[in-house]
Design a protein around this ligand. Structure first.
Ligand code: NI
Ligand code: MN
Length: 235
């Protein structure tokens, strides 16, 4: 599975020849100004919750690509009203099968309102299962005991977790989460975009190494192949 990072919590994963793009927030992100948003053609766009920093570019990218939006019921209805054509609406605990695998919505401990203050439903994360591998993207969340259920019942080859603190888990809570979900390969997101979520990247990577785990911090616009990676390094 090739993972490409677009800054903040936006990343894409290629599975079965399809491109899944998560939480697009690229145009407003100065750190991602070198990403060519107009050229992105994902097959699916997954939105974890209604906050601006997770969906700013959905209408543009869905319009260019005709991608199918996967999100909760309330966010799906809202984007339908913005002209997004193909939408799969789900809710927490539910699973939906696609040609390349399936998506299950997990609970996230976070808020979710849309930019016009409409109700965005409950913030979510995603469990992705496919023949090429499985992963967990938690979305914006606090550490929660629900993560133990994921470790108990879902094998994850890697997980994508927020590490920036203030709005979400910090690096220490992400380490505890990694234990709870029984996954030692973590891609960190939701850091450095704003001063309040700035982190010391080297110190964060060291903390994971000291715990016998791997923290992967991908440069914006760079890709990592999660199947062949074995070394513990920052990117
Ligand atoms: Ni949020
Ligand atoms: Mn956020």
């Amino acid at each position: 599975m090739k993972v490409t990072y677009f800054g903040h919590s936006c990343f894409s994963v290629e599975i079965g020849g399809k491109v899944l793009l998560f939480d697009p927030f690229i145009r407003p992100n100065e750190l991602a100004s070198h990403v060519d948003v107009a050229s992105l053609r994902p097959d699916y766009i997954l939105v974890s919750h209604g906050h601006w920093d997770h969906m700013a570019d959905v209408v543009e990218i869905a319009g260019n690509s005709n991608a199918t939006l996967i999100c909760n019921f309330e966010i799906g209805t809202w984007f339908g009203g913005k002209g997004v054509k193909n939408i799969v609406q789900m809710n927490i605990g539910g699973k939906h099968s696609f040609e390349w695998g399936n998506v299950k919505l997990t609970s996230a401990i976070h808020s979710s309102s849309l930019p016009d203050n409409s109700y965005g439903g409950v913030a979510s994360g995603f469990l992705i299962s496919s023949e090429e591998g499985n992963f967990y993207y938690s979305g914006d969340t606090a550490l929660t005991m629900d993560m133990e259920l994921i470790g108990k019942y879902h094998h994850n080859d890697f997980a994508v977790l927020p590490i920036g603190d203030n709005f979400t888990m910090d690096i220490n809570n992400a380490l505890i989460c990694a234990d709870m979900i029984k996954c030692n390969r973590i891609i960190g997101v939701h850091y450095d975009t704003f001063p309040v979520i700035g982190i010391d990247k080297e110190a964060a990577v060291e903390k994971f190494v000291a715990a016998g785990k791997e923290l992967i911090l991908i440069n914006i616009a760079a890709s990592v192949d999660m199947e062949v990676r074995t070394k513990i390094t920052a990117h």
